[in-house]
Design a protein around this ligand. Sequence first.
Ligand code: ADP
Ligand code: MG
Length: 334
Amino acid sequence: MATGNQPIVQLESVAKSYGGAVALAQLDLTVNAGEFFTLLGPSGSGKTTTLRLIAGFERPDQGRILLDGADVAALPPFARAVNTVFQDYALFPHLTLIENVAYGLRAKKMAKAAAHGEAEKALAAVRLAEFGGRKPAQLSGGQRQRVALARAMVNKPRVLLLDEPLGALDLKLRHQMQAELKRLQHDTGITFIYVTHDQDEALSMSDRIAVFSQGKIEQIGTAFDLYERPASAFVADFVGSSNLLGGNRLLRPEKITLLAPGATAPDGYETRNGIVREAIYLGAVTRYHVALAAGTVLSVMESNRLPVGERLRLGVGDAVLAAWPRAAARDIEK
Ligand code: ADP
Ligand code: MG
């Protein structure tokens, strides 16, 4: 989705501890209106705490949180233009889907016909138009998750906070729902702040990603930035896999080509002699482990783009010349 640079959610030097334990240390973060923004990091890194602070379920120990440029310290959760979708989307079992989705509007005293009209539109947006009369027990897990989304979106929040919303779904359903969420976000223009620990999910859905580690943000950027220009060894390792050459030089496995020993690499390439220790054919690509003379083992990902017969077919024990463009090996800071 095209995004301007109009900040909608800002965290300024926000810190939060529980007892003596630091959950967030001095966090600065700006999310722009219309963005699909993802908080990515391992368990315990502070992602949920960040969402709960934005939603107003927690208060920061220090720092400021702004929505649309205004400090929200004094606003309780229901007064913020923010809605949250959790992983365990508790629907009311005795109510129909229409009634579940309309519930919040009815609680705000909207007339029944109007509330049900809005609920029908929200169910149609998540492609459940014909299911309005059903009860939650008559739905699959993926459908229930879509009802939870409709219930959050019917309030027309400026910002939707989603905390690992697809975590309970199997892989195939998760992929379907990822595409569905992306479409919904695009169609509605609602700003999404999405929490996940799954790097593939983050890379495939997000306009920008903040990588969390131990209560701090390691890097904020697009999928391209994080993968091609990781700011730290942590990001390089958490987003994709990588080789560390001597010192802090990082080299992604797919940048390496395996040539016959004694071959001449193109200008600007670095080369090392090695022996194939492992070769795993994966269809579109083959993954190799190549032991270098110095004792390092390189992880290599070769595309199987060329037809059989035109490419080097390598097996365990073969000698190779590993080659990569010098510019593909990047120095990282820490
Ligand atoms: P994430 O969502 O990235 O897994 P959290 O934000 O839930 O991480 O947690 C960050 C840190 O704060 C963790 O060390 C966690 O144990 C701690 N924490 C979170 N909520 C509480 C709480 N209510 N009481 C005590 N510690 C908490
Ligand atoms: Mg969490």
